[in-house]
Structure formats: structure tokens, C-alpha cells
Write a protein that binds this ligand. Structure first.
Ligand SMILES: Cc1cc2nc3c(=O)[nH]c(=O)nc-3n(C[C@H](O)[C@H](O)[C@H](O)COP(=O)(O)OP(=O)(O)OC[C@H]3O[C@@H](n4cnc5c(N)ncnc54)[C@H](O)[C@@H]3O)c2cc1C
Length: 278
């Protein structure tokens, strides 16, 4: 069977960089303009790269309502991200996608929501948080717990302060440690405030994204204090990816492919997959 070129998910489109904002020593916010809207769901990702260099999986960080704009936070860690960090405004970047399952906003309507983000985890979760904040009256009580290693690594702080002003939104920002006397939020792990939450377990949706160790600790802490059904717990996983189409097997977790069955999973789908939490 021949796939028409324009529908071939292996072939990237070229997008133009509108702006690059330095967020931290390692992370930059890329705003790129696509030839056509991505029509993504929150939590989906793209393969971003450059012809002749390669591609890497990068989460879509903006709201699904943002038409031709694509926002990505790229941490400089290796080959592709290192080259992307050398790009400037008006340069082109290759994009394939959107890929993955993402979140369905209908699962969260009229529900209370607890979102826990560790480190770069706030980047994909921002694409879920933004539409919830934009239409807050459609959702119940929202608790956000956001952790970073140090104040210098904390992302989107001004935006987070704006979300904190909305009704029925409570935000706890934490850092693992700091020497800064002007850090005005908490010090400790994201597990620290969990016991203080007041939750209606039947109508609470819990969303987690962060390093694998965070999932074990957060789930353990929740199980000590609450009984949230496994179906109401969403976990956004990260694995090394190549094709993003469930063919190459790089991102396989037991019988699941992180790229096409995830990266957003319900806990009920993965609780018996030991590889998911390692
Ligand atoms: C769904 C998803 C969403 C993501 N979203 C983002 C995002 O929004 N922003 C972001 O910055 N990153 C994101 N990532 C992570 C990003 O895709 C990886 O960090 C990617 O490897 C970077 O590519 P690179 O070529 O720059 O780095 P690489 O050259 O691949 O190196 C990355 C790191 O992996 C190590 N490494 C290299 N090869 C291997 C190997 N074979 N096995 C194990 N380790 C190896 C390197 O030493 C280095 O520490 C996401 C990943 C996934 C799966």
C-alpha cells in the first residue's frame, strides 16, 4: 500500500521559530508557527528536530486552543536538543505529530483535580492546566503541587501566580533545597503537602508527571491518606523514542508502547507493568 506523501506521519513539516525565551540555564521556551494548526490534545507530543541532525520527543506545552502556534520547552541534554538550542528567531525546525493519547478534557469537567508536577513535568501538564484555567467554571476545586530542585530551575512562575488568583485554585510550589532567603514558597518534596489535601475521593482526578521515582513516592503517600480509584489517576510517562508510531519498539513498556498507547496512561492500565515505574 502506498501512503500519500502529505499523509505520511514519518515526514516532518517545517515550522518557523517566532521567539526563543531563555527560562533557565538549561531550558528554553520555543514558540514556533506551523503552516497549519496541530489540533492537539493536552498531553500530546511532537518529534522536533532538524533534517540531517535528528529528532527528539518534545511535549506540546500550549493550550489546544492555540491554532498555528506551538510552544515547546526544550532542555539541553544531548545531540538534538543541543543543536536546537543554537537556533535563532526565524530559523526553521522540523515537526512531526501530534503523537500519543494525551488527556481528554471531558474526563475532568465538573471534577475536582489534583495535579502534581515534578521538574520538567510542568511542561506537558501546562497544556492541560491552561484550558482548565481558561474555563475554570467548568471544573471543580483544583490543587496544583509543583516541585523543582532549586528556585533557579522553577518554570512558569509568573504564570503560576496568575493561576493562583482564580477561584477554587490552590497552588503549592516547592523546591528540594535552596540557599535563597527570598524563596517565598515551601522547601521539600512534592509529597510533603499531600496529607493536608481535603478531597472528595469519588470526584477527584489525580494527574502526575515527573521523574519515575516521584510516581512511586506520590502514589504511596496518596494510598496512606486517600482512596482514589485507579481509573481516576493519570500518569504521564517518558521513554526514549524514535519513530513515535509504535513501530520501532524503543519506548515499549511491557505490552504497551509509550508513544502510541501513552504517554498519558490511567494507573489502572499500568499498575501491573513493573517497567512503567523504573
Ligand atoms: C513523550 C515525551 C515527551 C518529552 N517532552 C520533553 C520536553 O517537553 N522537553 C524536553 O526537553 N524533553 C522532553 N522529552 C525528553 C527528550 O525527548 C529527551 O531528553 C531526548 O533524548 C533529547 O534528545 P537529544 O538528542 O538532545 O539527547 P540524547 O543525545 O538522546 O541524550 C539525552 C540523554 O540520554 C542519554 N542517552 C543517550 N543515548 C542513550 C541510550 N541509548 N540509553 C540511555 N540513555 C541515553 C544521554 O547521555 C543524555 O543524558 C520528552 C520525552 C518523551 C518520551
Amino acid at each position: 500500500m502506498t501512503i500519500p506523501l502529505e499523509n505520511n506521519p514519518y515526514i516532518p513539516i517545517m515550522a518557523t521559530i517566532q521567539s526563543i525565551e531563555v527560562l533557565t540555564a538549561q531550558e528554553r521556551l520555543f514558540k514556533v508557527i506551523l503552516p497549519e494548526p496541530l489540533n492537539h490534545h493536552p498531553g500530546q507530543f511532537v518529534m522536533a528536530g532538524l533534517p540531517g541532525i535528528g529528532e527528539c520527543a518534545i511535549s506540546i506545552s500550549n493550550s489546544p486552543q492555540s491554532s498555528e502556534l506551538l510552544e515547546m520547552v526544550i532542555r539541553k541534554v544531548g545531540n538534538v536538543s543541543g543543536v536546537l538550542h543554537q537556533l535563532k528567531e526565524s530559523d526553521e525546525i522540523s515537526i512531526r505529530g501530534p503523537f500519543g493519547t494525551g488527556f481528554n478534557l471531558d474526563d475532568f469537567k465538573h471534577q475536582d483535580i489534583v495535579i502534581i508536577a515534578g521538574g520538567l513535568g510542568i511542561v506537558p501538564l501546562r497544556s492541560l492546566i491552561l484550558p482548565i484555567m481558561q474555563h475554570k467554571s467548568n471544573y471543580g476545586i483544583v490543587n496544583l503541587i509543583i516541585g523543582s530542585k532549586t528556585p533557579e530551575e522553577a518554570l512558569f512562575r509568573e504564570e503560576i501566580q496568575q493561576w493562583n488568583k482564580l477561584p477554587d485554585v490552590t497552588i503549592t510550589e516547592l523546591v528540594d533545597n535552596t540557599d535563597h532567603h527570598d524563596w517565598n514558597c515551601e522547601v521539600g518534596r512534592v509529597t510533603k503537602p499531600i496529607h493536608k489535601l481535603r478531597l472528595d475521593e469519588e470526584k477527584t482526578q489525580l494527574v502526575l508527571c515527573g521523574p519515575p521515582i516521584m510516581y512511586k513516592c506520590v502514589l504511596h503517600e496518596f494510598q496512606q491518606h486517600f482512596d482514589i480509584p485507579d481509573r481516576q489517576i493519570f500518569i504521564d510517562l517518558e521513554r526514549r523514542m524514535r519513530c513515535a508510531l509504535g513501530k520501532c519498539g524503543h519506548c515499549q513498556i511491557n505490552h504497551l508502547y509509550c508513544c502510541k498507547d501513552g504517554p498519558v496512561f490511567r494507573y489502572s492500565q499500568i499498575k501491573n507493568c513493573p517497567e512503567a515505574f523504573s
